[in-house]
Design a protein around this ligand. Structure first.
Ligand SMILES: Nc1ncnc2c1ncn2[C@@H]1O[C@H](COP(=O)(O)OP(=O)(O)OP(=O)(O)O)[C@@H](O)[C@H]1O
Length: 502
């Protein structure tokens, strides 16, 4: 296979900090090349340089042997590079076809030629075997379809090299399978794919080669068929992973009691349909379900972000139904939100301010109405060390942190104070395997201390590893409860898809 892209000795410095250190990387035509590495290893930085979003401090990019410099993404696109971002950049009120052709629309004299756009997009989708309905509104499509639209957009613009940044993070297990098949199909048709991901099993399934980054440097370049998940994770993390320690433990009294919660929906169907369950002290209860089946509404109802129409929520015996977020937190609830950017952080604020948010009101951190800065610095520095959060300083803006490191700030903030109850939503989304194991152990320790955790996750493996009991949600209802020790992935998947418990 011919080499299409070479990145040679790329270095990127932000002030004193080196995000990429002499990284060399070659991509062959028709290959899927995974780039893996811990949070903050420099994967996204390298791709932003390739896509013209950042300029390297030094180093060379060549395409088909010719040296290139991309001042902006438009220049990278002109050279056949496309990027599918983690957060989709689509117009929800526009159709699939309009989203794909935007910026390069077919025209009949000066007017947008809608018919032609639909025909072109339809033909493109067929050629690359990406099923979509060109006339459908993007806002009505599930995330898996929206991602296909992003891929088609990149193909429409003539990309030969396609960069995908954590593409499976938001997908259901079935959508993940479909995406991996799509990627193989694209590679077979000669496209070269760079895949950034933390999911090593997916890497093993789909990639031809793997480049491992650690602290901004390349620590390994491997053929996927000749390596193992264990070897790759050792190169990523620099040590063997331990596995998590679960103590046998008798669950105690119910800490959270949810009784017949009901939220009316706009289209007649309830968003939550008389949901009842409890979580006892010393227990992790997992909620499994395909996203969009009421999990988000349940979480928002429990945390005071969405009012409920009927039913009650009790925390440590005290009613918290329809109370304010502040009141609910004061009653003993901590919350790792599912979307770290929307609910979890203030991007413009410092790492320290983000880490103490919500806790700044605690008496121990105030004296005479003034924050005890030194004490707070000590607290946050302790978290930065124990969670291995990569940041240049406490004053660094949250938006400068890599996605996984920002997630660790949120987890530290919500676990750092031993609240009796934790609602953990997608707690390891976007974090590397070392950090994932660390966060899992923190959740388990919380349970082992006799506190309680409600875990909402789209990762079945996470639910199965951590939970004592598993509840499955479908169409706003809890449709099954399983003992995690005996439950199988097949049983849970069946319930998630609306099947009956055998
Ligand atoms: N604009 C910036 N200013 C200062 N530091 C930055 C900036 N952008 C990135 N960094 C730092 O560079 C390092 C590499 O970040 P990058 O986003 O490339 O990591 P990553 O490997 O993609 O991590 P993740 O898996 O968490 O997404 C991080 O420590 C990050 O804080």
């Amino acid at each position: 296979m011919e080499t299409i892209l070479e990145m040679e000795r790329i270095t990127k410095k932000y002030g004193q900090f080196t995000a990429n250190q002499e990284i060399s990387f070659a991509l062959r035509e028709g290959e899927i090349h995974a780039i893996v590495g811990e949070n903050g290893a420099g994967k996204t930085t390298l791709m932003r340089i390739l896509y013209g979003m950042e300029q390297p401090t030094s180093g060379t990019i060549r395409i088909h042997g010719a040296e290139k410099r991309f001042a902006n993404p438009a220049e990278a696109i002109d050279s056949g590079i496309g990027m599918v971002h983690q957060h989709f950049m689509l117009f929800p009120s526009r159709t699939i076809a309009e989203n794909i052709v935007i910026g390069n629309e077919p025209r009949k004299s000066i007017w947008f030629d809608r018919k032609q756009a639909i025909a072109q997009v339809g033909a493109l989708a067929e050629r690359f075997r990406l099923p979509i309905a060109p006339g459908q509104k993007v806002g009505d499509c599930p995330l898996g379809t929206q991602q296909r639209v992003e891929i088609l957009k990149v193909l429409y613009n003539g990309a030969k090299i396609i960069i995908l940044d954590e593409p499976t993070a938001v997908l259901t297990p079935l959508e993940v399978k479909e995406l991996l098949i799509t990627l193989r199909g694209l590679a077979e048709q000669g496209k070269s794919i760079i895949l950034i991901t933390h999911k090593l099993h997916e890497v093993m399934e789909v990639a031809d080669r793997i480049t491992v980054l650690r602290n901004g440097r390349v620590t390994g370049q491997l053929e996927a068929s000749q390596t193992t998940v264990e070897e790759v994770s050792r190169l990523m993390v620099g040590r063997e992973l331990d596995g998590i320690r679960r103590e046998t433990q008798q669950a105690g009294q119910p800490l959270l009691q949810v009784n017949r919660l009901f939220i009316r929906g706009k289209k007649g169907k309830p968003l939550l349909d008389h949901v009842s369950f409890h979580v006892r002290s010393g227990e992790i209860v997992g909620i499994a379900g395909i996203s969009g089946n009421g999990q988000s509404e349940l979480v928002q109802a429990l945390t005071g972000l969405l009012p409920v129409d009927e039913g009650t929520v009790l925390l440590q015996g005290k009613e918290i139904t329809n109370r304010s977020v502040k009141q609910i937190r004061e009653a003993g609830l901590a919350h790792i939100p599912e979307d770290r950017y929307l609910w979890g952080t203030a991007k413009e604020a410092s790492v320290k301010d983000n880490a103490i948010m919500g806790h700044h009101r605690l008496k121990e951190f105030q004296r005479g109405g003034i924050l005890r800065q030194r004490k707070l610095d000590q607290l946050v520095t302790g978290w930065i060390n124990s969670f291995a959060i990569k940041t240049s300083s406490l004053a660094n803006k949250a938006q400068n942190l890599s996605g996984g490191n920002l997630q660790k700030v949120i987890v530290a903030r919500e676990i750092g104070h031993a609240t009796p109850f934790l609602l953990a939503c997608e707690p390891t989304r976007g974090v590397d395997i070392g950090a994932m194991e660390f966060i899992h152990q923190q959740l388990m320790d919380k349970r082992n201390r006799g506190e309680a955790v409600l875990l909402v996750s789209s990762e079945l493996s996470e639910i199965m590893t951590l939970s004592d009991r598993i509840l499955v949600m479908f169409e706003g209802k809890v449709v099954g409860e399983l003992n995690a020790e005996t439950a199988t992935e097949e049983q849970i998947s069946l319930l998630m898809a609306g099947g009956k418990q055998p």
